[in-house]
Every structure is written in structure tokens, then in C-alpha cells.
Design a protein around this ligand. Structure first.
Ligand code: IMP
Length: 177
């Protein structure tokens, strides 16, 4: 299988550092930020991102989820999340400043459904940080608040956490196959 490098480790590091600075400056001092890693794909991005959010109290949380359509193809702003794993008790979501950390926003269904879940459980604010965004593939109205890289068209992406049938997650760079 041939692959083409899109972003090197060095480029990723620099973009993720910038995103972390933006997130820190948009977050209220003294207020904990609940950073929610959407496993497995966002793990490497998450680890680098949270380390760059300086001067803020960052709490860790992990979820594993997939979305399902509730209204055929017409779902526009969310849907229902099939929460396979959630490390945070519902009581801790109430009033929280939540940052969802996702590997890639494709149709947007997963992140839209997760946003709904955290809102419905009383989060005060829910923002989304995505390593990659494929806006041309969107089937929802979701727009991530922070995006490291925007991908044109619909290429399949691997590396830096993203997989193809569970392979290639540990590649240092981001590749198109
Ligand atoms: P959604 O379509 O926005 O709900 O994306 C759901 C999930 O599909 C993402 O979190 C990724 O795990 C996966 N995914 C979508 N596009 C790609 C890709 O190009 N490479 C690897 N995984 C992808």
C-alpha cells in the first residue's frame, strides 16, 4: 500500500502547540477545563495538546463512542451517541467547561452526537478541537472550534493516532493512502 506524507512530526508539533495556546487563551483562568479524549484515534493528539495548555487546570477524561443516525440521512445537527465507554460520572459534567478532542471530523456525526451528550448532561460550555477536518464530507452542521489541519476532498488518512483496520496508529507523521 503506497502512502503520501501530508504532515511531518515537526509540522504537527508546531500546529498543535499553537492550538494549545489558543485554547488556553480562550479559557477562563481559575476554571478547570475538562479535556475529553475521543479514543482511540485522538490519543496522540490529546497527549500533545493537553501538555501545551499552560496555566490552566486541565482535567482528563476519556470516551469511546460512535454515532447513529436518528433521522435517516437528514440528521443535521447531532443525533444519538452510542457511548461505549465514558470515564466521567454524569455529576462531573454538570457545569463543566468541556473540550472534546477528536482525531478527525468527517461526516461530523460522532462529534455532533458527543456535543449533544455533554450539553444534555449540563456542561456549561462545549468546544471541539480536531486534529483534522474534512469539511467537504460533512453531513451535519458541526464546525469544530479548533482545527490543526484542513483536508481537501475525501482522502483516507492514517498516522499520528489514525488507523486503517487498527494499523498505522503509531506512525509519527500524517499520511494519505
Ligand atoms: P465522523 O464521520 O465525523 O462521525 O467520523 C467518525 C470517525 O471516523 C472519526 O473519529 C475517525 O475515527 C473515523 N474516520 C473518518 N475519516 C477517517 C480517515 O480518513 N482516516 C481514519 N479514520 C477516519
Amino acid at each position: 500500500m503506497s502512502r503520501r506524507k501530508l504532515y511531518s512530526r515537526r509540522e504537527i508539533t508546531s500546529r498543535v502547540r499553537q492550538l494549545a495556546k489558543d485554547i488556553a487563551s480562550d479559557s477562563e483562568k481559575g476554571e478547570p477545563l475538562l479535556a475529553v479524549c475521543v479514543i482511540k484515534g485522538a490519543v496522540l493528539f490529546y497527549a500533545d495538546l493537553v501538555r501545551g495548555i499552560k496555566g490552566r487546570d486541565v482535567r482528563f477524561a476519556f470516551v469511546s463512542a460512535s454515532s447513529y443516525k436518528t433521522d435517516g440521512e437528514r440528521m443535521v445537527s447531532g443525533g444519538t451517541v452510542d457511548m461505549k465507554y465514558c470515564s466521567i460520572p454524569v455529576e462531573e459534567i454538570k457545569g463543566a467547561d468541556v473540550l472534546l478532542v477528536e482525531d478527525i471530523v468527517d461526516t461530523g456525526r460522532t462529534i455532533a452526537a458527543l456535543k449533544n451528550y455533554f450539553r444534555e448532561n449540563g456542561a456549561k460550555r462545549v468546544r471541539v478541537a480536531a486534529l483534522l477536518d474534512k469539511p467537504e464530507c460533512r453531513k451535519t452542521e458541526i464546525v469544530p472550534d479548533y482545527v490543526a489541519f484542513t483536508i481537501e476532498g475525501n482522502p483516507y488518512i492514517i498516522g499520528y493516532g489514525l488507523d486503517n483496520a487498527q494499523q498505522f496508529r503509531n506512525l509519527d507523521g500524517i499520511f494519505e493512502i
